[in-house]
Ligand binder design. Structure first.
Ligand code: DGP
Length: 142
């Protein structure tokens, strides 16, 4: 089918990839454009676009796979640490519309930053604004 995502086609075997884990609901393979050796993508088998679209059993399986893989990836490439990230939506840099978690091995002195460096600036929020935002988040929990 023409409208399958790249990642569905990888899981189906229609596109080549180095697959490192397959579970009932998730799969993982090496990123074709790695930021470090071992850069791995973990995806649900079903093509939910955003984290908010995935039912609880799918997101649980996804993060269980992340938990399994993060130390395996780190050890396999003898890394010192790991950055785990999810570009959730186009404004956050998501290019492939199939939910995926990046596992990126990190090395002392590799020149990369923390997740904080992904943002160009920080907002200056008052205590009242922080409380109001917190209240609104709590009110939106479904
Ligand atoms: P994001 O910006 O979070 O949507 O990252 C998408 C990642 O997917 C990017 O790091 C490169 C990777 N990618 C894109 N196309 C392919 C592909 O065909 N195969 C593999 N293995 N990775 C891909």
């Amino acid at each position: 089918m023409a409208d399958r995502t790249i990642f569905e086609r990888i899981i189906d075997g229609a596109l080549p990839a180095t697959i490192v884990l397959e579970t009932e609901r998730a799969a993982a393979f090496l990123d074709a454009n790695p930021l470090a050796p071992g850069h791995t993508l973990v995806v649900p088998r079903e093509p939910y676009e955003r984290l908010r679209d995935a039912p609880a059993e799918v997101s649980s399986s996804l993060f269980e796979a992340v938990r399994t893989l993060a130390p395996a990836v780190e050890d396999a490439v003898d890394a010192d640490a790991t950055t785990i990230g999810l570009n959730d939506g186009t404004a956050a840099g998501q290019e492939v519309p199939h939910l995926h978690v990046h596992i990126i091995p990190r090395f002392e002195g590799d020149g990369g930053g923390s997740i904080h460096t992904a943002m160009g600036s920080r907002p200056d929020l008052s205590d009242e604004e922080m409380i109001d935002i917190g209240d609104r988040i709590a009110a939106h929990i479904e």
